[in-house]
Design a protein around this ligand. Structure first.
Ligand code: NDP
Length: 328
């Protein structure tokens, strides 16, 4: 492949431009492994990068795309050989390092994990950063000692990527899942993924009181702001909320009451710089535990050329579940 297709974001006087360009290996950044990308996905952060709505891109020009699956083409890294199937999530790809919306990427081998046994490249991207973050959240709650017999768990942003995968994982593990969504028309979708109850996100999106009625022992929150404050105020004694997102806002208008009066814990989840051993643990658990039929039900597939319209949809909050992009 002498030239390859890349979706390139360039800085302009008025903002930024987006175009599909033909690139060569010389355009790629430094790294010890070159990967022929077969699949990627669309995360909320990719939407921010492509639309410029938040300063996600910190290197110009940029190829967005924080997730890639593909085959190693060349490698001087001891862990990878040509032909190996690999997965890449985060580490600044699509932000400070050229990302996945190109048919090739060159990265540090230390950033890659082998494609987990039992998953195809397309399935790994159906999971993507959103699904891997859902699993990091589950792992954090487990490390806190929480288990399904302790009580219900709430999942916010339920129809979104993190939320959909979290519901599938938690319900299979035996949790009573309360799904919070602004899209009541998707109640059947959420119940098919395993939600036991579906509540209107409006119940949680207004200003929180310091303490509320105890409704759940645990939660996975991809929404932040007032929603996270309400989740904390409504968590049972000794419970915990894993906070991974900011779809409503980055602020946290809360009080210390849940922490000092109910012993509630707030667990922070970061996928981007997450150390490799925990990544490998998360991917191994996903390959073993995520119900493939549920994964298929929450996934849609698009072509490379459909990326711009799909990005607009994720920013508008109209995407359901996860999207796989066929890159190769
Ligand atoms: P999606 O866009 O797929 O889902 C976000 C969901 O949040 C929407 O589907 C919607 O769910 C809900 N939502 C949107 N706007 C609002 C609002 N104003 N108030 C309340 N709820 C709202 O995104 P992802 O699932 O991919 O990501 C979710 C969040 O997690 C993002 O903020 C993302 O940046 C963050 N994230 C963080 C990671 C980390 O490393 N910490 C990794 C991955 C994601 P519904 O329609 O059901 O109400």
């Amino acid at each position: 492949m002498s030239t390859f297709k890349a979706l390139v974001v360039r800085k302009t006087e008025t903002g930024q431009s987006v175009a599909i360009e033909q690139w060569t290996d010389a355009d790629l950044m430094e790294g010890d492994v070159t990967v022929r990308v077969s699949h990627s996905t669309v995360n909320y952060k990719d939407g921010l990068a492509l639309t410029g709505k938040a300063p996600v891109v910190r290197r110009w020009p940029m190829v967005p795309g924080i997730d890639a699956a593909g085959i190693v083409e060349t490698s001087s890294h001891p862990d990878f050989r040509p032909g190996d199937a690999v997965v890449l999530n985060g580490w600044g790809t699509g932000e400070t390092h050229l990302g996945a919306y190109a048919q090739k990427t060159r990265v540090k081998g230390d950033w890659l994990v082998p494609l987990p046994a039992g998953l195809t490249a397309a399935e790994a991207m159906a999971i993507g950063t959103a699904g891997y973050t859902a699993m990091l959240s589950v792992l954090a709650l487990e490390r806190h000692g929480l288990k399904p017999s302790d009580g219900p768990i709430v999942v916010t942003g339920a129809v979104g990527g993190v939320g959909s995968v979290a519901i599938a994982l938690l319900s299979t593990a035996g949790w009573h899942v309360i799904a919070s969504t602004g899209r009541s028309a998707e109640a059947d979708y959420l119940k098919a993924l395993g939600a036991a109850e579906v509540i209107d996100r409006a119940e949680l999106s207004g200003p929180a009181r310091p303490l509320g009625k105890e409704r759940w022992i645990a939660g996975i929150d991809s929404v932040g702001s007032h929603t996270l404050a309400n989740l904390l105020a409504m968590t049972r004694y000794g419970g915990a909320i894993a906070a991974c997102g900011l779809a409503q806002g980055m602020d946290l208008p809360s009080s210390v009451a849940p922490f000092i009066l109910r012993g509630v814990s707030l667990l922070g989840i970061d996928s981007v710089m997450c150390p490799k051993p925990r990544r490998l643990e998360a991917w191994a658990r996903l390959a073993r535990e995520l119900d493939k039929r549920k994964l298929a039900a929450l996934t849609s597939t698009i072509s490379f050329d459909q990326l711009p319209e799909t990005v607009a949809a994720i920013m508008a909050g109209t995407i359901r579940g996860r999207v796989v992009v066929e890159i190769g």
